[in-house]
Write a protein that binds this ligand. Structure first.
Ligand SMILES: [Zn+2]
Length: 154
């Protein structure tokens, strides 16, 4: 899915990495004649690309980003106390990842476009919530769970 470039850094090998607003990084190498991105070699060129979009395959794969830390969690919910908002499509904010942790029982987790997948989650398999992707939960019996929110480590 499309993600916005918010910065750049070099990796250990000195190659440029675009920092995306989802928390993932993506190499933007200039390796003529195979890959031509002359803009990445100058500060002005990189500056001019801030705010542009790149396709983030790691988001499509629901891949957990590096350097994120837990900073907040909901109370525990059960099948009777699940807020209505969690049962219909909603999203986390830009750059906010989250996990649904099931303490007991199981829960159905639906992820909307552009990922379009459904999962049955239980205590052994926490679910990944991808920033800005619509999702909802569905109960199918007794369950206890909470949602844990993560942010980029400073
Ligand atoms: Zn991403």
């Amino acid at each position: 899915m499309k993600r916005t470039i918010i910065g750049f850094h070099r990796d250990e090998e000195g190659d440029w990495v675009a920092e995306l607003d989802c928390g993932h990084g993506q190499h933007v190498r200039h390796r003529p004649p195979f890959v031509s991105r002359p803009w990445v070699t100058s500060a002005e060129g990189r500056e001019s690309m801030l705010g542009r979009e790149l396709d983030c395959l790691r988001c499509d794969r629901m891949e957990w980003p590096e350097n994120y830390e837990s900073h907040r969690r909901t109370p525990d919910f059960d099948e009777g106390s699940v807020p209505a908002g969690l049962r219909s499509d909603h999203t986390t904010k830009r750059g906010t990842w989250a996990r649904i942790r099931v303490l007991s029982g199981a829960l159905r987790y639906h992820v909307g476009a552009p990922i379009e997948r459904s999962f049955r989650i239980n205590p052994a398999s926490p679910a990944v919530i991808v920033p800005e992707v619509p999702h909802r939960v569905e109960t199918e019996g007794p369950v206890r769970f909470f949602v844990e929110f993560y942010r980029r480590r400073k």
